[in-house]
Design a protein around this ligand. Structure first.
Ligand code: ARG
Length: 546
């Protein structure tokens, strides 16, 4: 089903010949939507705007959708949807399992790179945002009909494993019996050992070579470290309710066998050149080159990301790539994309996008750290919120606070504010949903829940405002799918909850009768469904009681 603004927009476009750019009216007396199309046309046509507006109106056929259209001020067009139209829309919306969210005409296969934590380390505050944002993109893009393929680019490869494996051999521990916390502690001991003991450092370097060339014992210990880490990360994915599983694992190690061919291809095409013993690509506009192969012959993060990108397009047939990674890696991804275009691995038709996110700050406005200056573990953040609220509410609080902030902005992790059930918070939206559940449960208990979900009466302005707000749901989901800006969905849901609460205060539901009560109960059902669906897209659980 096509949304009311898009139906109306199409009619106005037909009459005006250009996009009417319908906007929500800024004041109730201006109706529901406004367009400045006549003012824009007047400029190009050299006529008075009000005259152009009158001409557009003559060609415009919207009587079945709107009250008579008004020309306002210098030539704005004001549209007010007929209340029968709004009422019918809400009934149709409720009958539609997608609640008015349209399926895209061009379904794509979208690879989303998230949450991509590192082996031998707990997920930390830096992985909070990639988890929440990546999962929201996953849900929203799926909801509009794209095929989403998460790729968890686990940091499971690199020089740190030389130290780790050596340390395990020195301490004679069985890595498979360790917990992730113990592995993390071991990693710290390995790093200091590496700094303090040149002999250990040498052995660690050789150990990296052994790992990369497939030495059996080294690989076995490495595998144990990976498994312990995965088990620890999986606990966090489950706790966060992420829509990813082991089938989405695509750690850096899987590209090991591809790295030589990445280097060879770039060298043969002249994209990469030798510089001081290293194979590099100098991308115009960047200070530092991409290092494809280091002087010692090793490969690193840059080469691995190039191999991963090539694989995602060539083998996974992605039409679009989205990387949900810390904004500070912006230069890295800009270069990865530029080099991939030069190499022909990223054809014009495939869009690659780094969605960078800002930092999570402590109350002092500085990056959130533990007392001893380490990055805060994600589990600690969740524990802090769960000290104040039940787990689904704590999680809602954290996710909503994260998503309602602009993605590339930093924000302060203010747990006391986040868990409030008033104000622009996740729990407030859960509360609005729970309130509707309660009303509907009471209606069911009293035997007054209408069998037919229909809105036949929509006279009160508060009822009309609620119906209008509900009818905007499909539009906002399409918008978030296109722009990848979840805060717009947050704002929509927050406004909807506000409109709902005004409706609920001023329009008695269970204390009214007949068709009015039926219609209001249907509005409550639609509001509950839209809130639940919208929250689900944010990864937040809708609760029936709080
Ligand atoms: N493992 C990295 C980190 O924790 C993030 C990896 C992001 N994804 C990528 N394809 N480089 O910072």
């Amino acid at each position: 089903m096509s949304s009311l603004p898009s139906q109306l927009g199409a009619r106005v476009r037909a009459a005006a010949g250009v996009d009417p750019e319908l906007r929500a009216a800024t004041r109730p007396e201006f109706g529901h939507f406004q367009s400045n199309v006549a003012l824009r046309l007047a400029k190009t046509e050299g006529k008075p705007p009000r005259q152009v507006a009158a001409e557009v109106l003559e060609r415009l056929e919207v009587d079945d959708l709107c009250e008579p259209v008004e020309i306002a001020g210098p030539g704005f067009l004001n549209f007010r949807l007929r209340s029968e139209v709004l009422a019918a829309y809400v009934g149709d919306q409720l009958a539609d399992p997608r609640l008015g969210v349209e399926q895209t005409a061009q379904p794509q296969r979208v690879v989303i790179d998230y949450p991509s934590p590192n082996v031998a380390k707990q997920m930390h505050v830096g992985h909070l945002r990639t988890s929440i944002i990546g999962d929201c993109f996953n849900r929203v893009l799926t909801a509009v009909g794209h095929e989403v393929l998460p790729q968890n680019h686990l940091g499971d490869w690199g020089t740190q494993f030389g130290q780790l494996v050596e340390q395990i051999l020195v301490e004679r521990v069985d890595a498979s019996t360790l917990t992730l916390d113990e592995v993390e502690a071991l990693y710290k001991r390995a790093a200091s050992h590496f700094k303090a003991d040149p002999d250990f450092a040498d052995r660690s370097r050789l150990r990296v070579v052994a790992l990369q060339s497939g030495d059996e014992e080294t690989l076995r210990i490495w595998r144990e470290l990976v498994d312990v880490s995965l088990a620890g990360h999986n606990v966090m994915y489950a706790r966060l309710g992420l829509r990813i599983d082991d089938s989405h694992l695509a750690g850096e190690s899987i590209y090991n066998a591809e790295l030589a061919s990445v280097a060879a291809e770039l060298k043969a095409s002249g994209v990469a050149i030798m510089d001081q013993g290293a194979l590099c690509v100098f991308v115009p506009g960047f200070n530092a080159p991409m290092i494809i192969r280091k002087r010692d012959g090793g490969f690193g993060y840059d080469a691995t990301d190039l191999a991963a990108l090539r694989h995602r397009v060539r083998d996974l047939h992605a039409d679009r790539l989205v990387y949900v990674v810390d904004v500070r890696q912006g230069d890295h991804f800009a270069q990865v994309f530029a080099v991939s275009r030069m190499a022909g691995w990223l054809p014009d038709g495939v869009e690659a996008q780094h969605v960078g996110y800002g930092m999570v700050l402590g109350s002092d406005g500085k990056p959130y750290k533990t007392r001893d200056g380490k990055a805060m573990h994600l589990s600690t953040l969740l524990d802090m919120a769960e000290e104040i609220a039940a787990p689904p509410i704590a999680l809602a609080a954290i996710k909503y606070a994260d998503l309602s902030n602009g993605l590339n902005k930093d924000y302060v992790f203010d747990v006391d504010r986040m868990v409030q059930t008033t104000g622009n918070t996740g729990p407030y939206l859960q509360y609005a949903h729970a309130r509707m559940s309660q009303v509907l449960a009471r209606a069911a208990a009293e035997g007054v829940l209408p069998a037919q979900a229909e809105v036949s009466v929509l006279d009160a302005p508060e009822e009309q405002a609620l119906a209008l707000a509900l009818s905007g749901y499909g539009e906002v989901v399409a918008d978030v799918a296109a722009t990848l800006q979840p805060h717009r969905l947050c704002t929509y849901l927050y406004d909807l909850a506000g409109t709902l609460s005004v409706f609920y205060e001023r329009c008695p539901v269970l204390r009214s009768e007949g068709a009015v009560r039926d219609s209001r109960l249907t509005l409550c059902r639609a509001a509950k469904s839209v809130l639940a669906a919208g929250l689900d897209l944010l990864g937040i659980e809708a609760l029936d009681r709080m």
